[in-house]
Design a protein around this ligand. Structure first.
Ligand code: SOE
Length: 397
């Protein structure tokens, strides 16, 4: 594993847990953790359960006792590491967003496709797909229970930078993070819209805003939760925020459905509120991450007098992933979808198939992010999202 802040910690928890919960033909060994600073890497390896620590990712990728490389670094290094790891014959799990630019994402998707032909697997970490209630929603839609999908209404609301004195951490710098709320949390809801409906956005119009354009520079190395929990100390010096604080956009799916999105770090009081509602010709469903064990479902097949949204408590053994966990009603949390992600990757490696979301699917999300940014800089003009097919990729290359 490369990187050991917020994502590194939650991925470690997943690797540590996966064989205890799921019956898998392969056992995970947490061989080595890689970090920039030797002292921090050593402490993290000890705390997170890794046998060794080192500071050079190239050394890790070159080792022949390592089968999987898990990339938990900021997105400016994803492309270089992933491409090298795939070339070295390692399976790759890469955090989202896949990359900082469409160009990088294209290179990664092409490398993944080439590696897949050699039996090397790759996967991008859009973990919310693996929240059981959202996996159930995907199954309901795929089984036609919502009928033809007309609307997707999605919001991902956070508030961790509402304080203008919150320092200029890496997530607020374009060269490190690619974009702001749009690529960080907006990417999740775009991926969910694609995944849940099985249809992709073909065009978008959007607005972005940076409400606090100048912030204090952070004091030292960013520590804890990847600089996400406000306490990163600030200095008197100031610097420019070069990403969006918030984005609102809407688009059309290939299926004909309309979709609206809001991604923000300025929704005061909303900590990690990922909400998505889907309306179809036969029913509707709604999910809110703050109640992640529940799915609201309205089914027009019910007698009219009895219709209404009902709350499904998604903790039954028949629900996705749940048979391996606790008895009904005991509930899961944020980290469990990462264990599901680890399960699905290990199973794909053992069974010899490509896991999802593929790098190509993550590239499709990147193309949407890019189109929203272009629309926003062009008076919210309608912007077509190209399809990442093998042909268009070959042309782009
Ligand atoms: C920060 O906004 C963040 O950690 C995202 O980077 C994650 O993808 C999201 O799941 C939680 O919030």
């Amino acid at each position: 594993m490369i990187g050991h802040a917020f994502m590194g910690a939650v991925h470690s928890q997943a690797w540590r847990t996966v064989n205890h919960v799921f019956d898998l033909p392969l056992r995970v060994e947490q061989t080595a953790l890689c970090g920039l600073h030797p002292d921090q890497a050593e402490a993290a390896a000890h705390r997170l359960g890794w046998a060794e620590h080192l500071t050079g990712w190239r050394e890790l990728v070159a080792r022949d006792d390592i089968d999987v490389i898990d990339i938990c670094t900021p997105s400016d290094s994803h492309a270089e590491i992933a491409v090298a790891a795939l070339a070295a014959g390692k399976h790759v799990l890469c955090e989202k967003p896949l990359a900082n630019t469409v160009t990088e994402a294209r290179v990664m998707a092409a490398a993944a496709e080439e590696a897949a032909a050699r039996g090397i697997r790759s996967m991008c970490g859009f973990t919310y797909r693996r929240v059981p209630a959202l996996a159930l929603l995907r199954n309901l839609i795929a089984d036609g229970r919502l009928g033809e999908i007309r609307h997707v209404r999605a919001a991902y609301l956070q508030d961790w930078i509402t304080d203008p004195e919150f320092p200029l951490v890496w997530r607020l710098r374009k060269e490190r993070a690619g974009s702001g709320a749009l690529g960080d949390v907006g990417a999740h809801i775009v991926d969910l819209a694609h995944h849940l409906t099985g249809s992709r956005l073909t065009g978008v119009t959007g607005l972005t805003e940076t409400f606090v354009p100048v912030r204090p520079l952070p004091a030292d190395r960013e520590t804890g939760n990847g600089g996400l929990t406000a306490k990163a100390a600030a200095t008197p010096e100031r610097g420019l925020v070069t990403v969006d604080d918030a984005a609102v956009f809407m688009g059309r799916l290939e299926s004909g459905a309309l979709a609206t999105f809001e991604a923000t770090r300025f929704a005061t009081g909303r900590k990690n509120a990922l909400r998505i509602e889907v309306n179809g010709s036969l029913g509707s469903a709604a999910f809110d991450f703050e109640r992640l064990n529940e799915l609201e479902f309205l089914d027009t097949a019910q007698p009219a007098a009895e219709q209404g949204f009902r709350r499904i408590l998604v903790t039954e053994p028949d629900h996705p992933y749940l048979a391996a966990w606790w008895p009904p009603g005991h509930g899961l949390g944020y980290e469990h979808s990462f264990t599901h992600q680890a399960r699905d990757l290990v199973a794909a490696i053992a069974e010899g198939h490509d896991p999802r979301p593929s790098f190509a699917e993550a590239l499709q999300v990147q193309l949407v992010i890019d189109a929203v940014e272009r629309s926003a800089t062009n008076n919210s003009s309608w912007t077509v999202v190209p399809e990442a097919t093998a042909e268009t990729e070959a042309e782009a290359a």
